[in-house]
Design a protein around this ligand. Structure first.
Ligand code: ADP
Length: 494
């Protein structure tokens, strides 16, 4: 693999863009400087601070909730067509500002520019999809079985919602929550991740330009997520919590939400199995593996975590992926031809080193990579590791980085048992040419999503979400808007 120098200073274009990104808290339609020490946002490719922004206090958080509550009735009463048209304008504006959003994500999160562009497309689709869904919120109507009355089932916005997003997809995780909430008629407080808050601030500006009224969307970056979130979640005026992040934090938020019996949606961790059968099209499997493993530098909850490969093709599969991995170019995501950017921070780099060391101690072999290169930024070499033994951390932990770990199986039952031996159940990938076997695997692998002969399943029109400890609820698809609606049944006697 080629490692590209990452000591570049900001270009004029980058500085000009960063200067246009708001640096305040967005509360009740106004930008506020905040009173606490600012958050320093770093470029993970260089470790340098690229912007300082306001840091919400618990009081700021409560004022953001006040603003969302104050705007709730008017937004709920706004015609669905008007809500939809605002979201559609937001979609159009995002296309116009595509290059800015892509570059901003690369700067604060590190993903290669081509992938950041892909995220603008993916993230934008939630705006378009839910602009269309806003006018299709339907109900049911019918006679009761006794014939004594009419039953009417309708849907109402659930109410003020608190949306907590992670750092790995700064735009798409925001639009995947904000778009259905707004389409349903809910106002929101958004708490982006401290590591990548700039995209959400820039997006709040875009929503204002698209016509979103004051108080409907509020954004509160903070360095103290827990102390800012707790009082918001404890406030009885809040009606919904939607979270994307790690399972431990999700568990803690569910416990807090239990106090007020709050509606919740949880998109938590994954530990995706990637099963390759002996009859698979190996070229397709390798292509799928590169996408499922190295997209976003492996930092996706849908990333393939455990490559479970039939023993008769494991060596060949490993040889082919290793050749592909060695052709990757590591560097700052803004540079031409870069396919692997930095990890998000130094803790992530240390975690990759520890995972590799644990696996090697237990008998695994590194075919390529395995180290953090010298120099600036939070880089880790894309790595292929084989003969991963049961009990290795690589099989248990969500890797969240560019390590492709291969273990083998001999029978279909063994593959299913290995795939399901995790508390997670977000997504699974299966490669086989045998359709009946593919169908059996779809039935037997315990996940919310499956890819059959593909390494990428995400789509705004599909219900994204997991089973087991991967979460509750679905984002996107016809299902996505239901997370922000409550069902009301009315009986009208004949
Ligand atoms: P990740 O591993 O992706 O950083 P986290 O679960 O730590 O996952 O973070 C996801 C989001 O949850 C971030 O916005 C983070 O600030 C927020 N977060 C972390 N801990 C808490 C908490 N105790 N309460 C509320 N939000 C939190």
């Amino acid at each position: 693999m080629t490692i590209v120098d990452t000591t570049a200073e900001l270009t004029a274009r980058e500085s000009e863009l960063l200067a246009r990104v708001p640096d305040g808290l967005f509360i009740g339609g106004r930008w506020e400087a905040g009173t606490r020490e600012q958050i320093q946002v770093q470029d993970p490719a260089t470790g340098r601070v690229i912007k300082r922004i306001a840091n919400a206090s618990p009081e700021d958080g409560m004022r953001a909730l006040d603003a969302a509550v104050a705007a709730a009735d008017e937004w709920a009463a706004t015609a669905p067509r008007v809500r939809g048209e605002i979201l559609r304008r937001a979609f159009d504006l995002l296309q116009e500002r595509r290059d800015d959003f892509a570059l901003l994500m690369t700067l604060e999160m590190g993903k290669p520019l081509a992938e950041a562009n892909g995220e603008v497309t993916y993230g934008g689709e939630f705006l378009r999809w839910f602009s269309e869904e806003a006018v299709r919120i339907s109900g049911r109507f019918g006679q009761n079985p006794e014939g004594t009355g009419t039953m009417v089932v309708s849907h109402r916005p659930v109410g003020p919602s608190f949306l907590i997003t992670p750092w790995n997809f700064p735009l798409a995780m925001a639009t995947r929550k904000i778009a259905p909430a707004l389409a349903a008629g809910c106002t929101v407080v958004v708490k982006p991740a401290e590591l990548t808050p700039l995209t959400t601030l820039f997006f709040a500006q875009l929503l204002t330009d698209a016509g979103v009224a004051e108080g409907v969307v509020n954004v509160i970056p903070t360095s103290t997520a827990r102390t800012v979130s707790e009082p918001i979640i404890a406030d009885p005026r809040l009606r919904k919590l939607s979270f994307t992040g790690s399972t431990p934090v999700g568990r803690s938020l569910l416990a807090q939400a239990g106090q007020n019996v709050l509606r919740t949606s949880m998109e938590l961790g994954g530990n995706a199995p990637f099963v390759v059968f002996e009859d698979a099209d190996l070229d397709k499997a390798v292509e799928g593996a590169m996408l499922a493993k190295f997209r976003n530098i492996g930092q996706a909850c849908t990333a393939a975590n455990r490559f479970i490969v039939h023993e008769s093709v494991a060596e060949e599969f490993a040889r082919r992926v290793t050749a592909k991995v060695e052709a990757l170019r590591i560097g700052r995501g803004t540079d031409d031809g870069i396919t692997i950017g930095p990890l998000i921070d130094d803790r992530a780099v240390a975690s990759m080193s520890a995972l590799v060391e644990d696996a090697v101690t237990r008998g695994a072999r590194v075919l390529t990579g395995g180290n953090a290169p010298e120099g600036d930024g939070f880089f880790f070499e894309p790595t292929v590791i084989v003969d991963v033994q049961p009990g290795s951390e690589l099989l248990r932990e969500e890797i969240f980085g560019p390590i492709l770990a291969i273990s083998t199986f001999s029978t279909e039952d063994e593959a299913v048992a290995a795939a399901n031996s995790t508390e997670y159940g977000l997504v699974g990938y299966v490669f086989t040419r045998d359709l009946a076997r593919g169908q059996r695997m779809i039935d037997r692998i315990d996940t919310g999503m499956m890819g059959l002969n593909t390494g990428l399943v995400s789509n705004a029109a599909a219900p994204f979400g997991g089973v087991k400890q991967s979460g509750l609820g679905r984002e996107g698809g016809l299902e996505g808007i239901n997370e922000y609606l409550s069902t009301k049944y009315t009986l009208i006697p004949a």
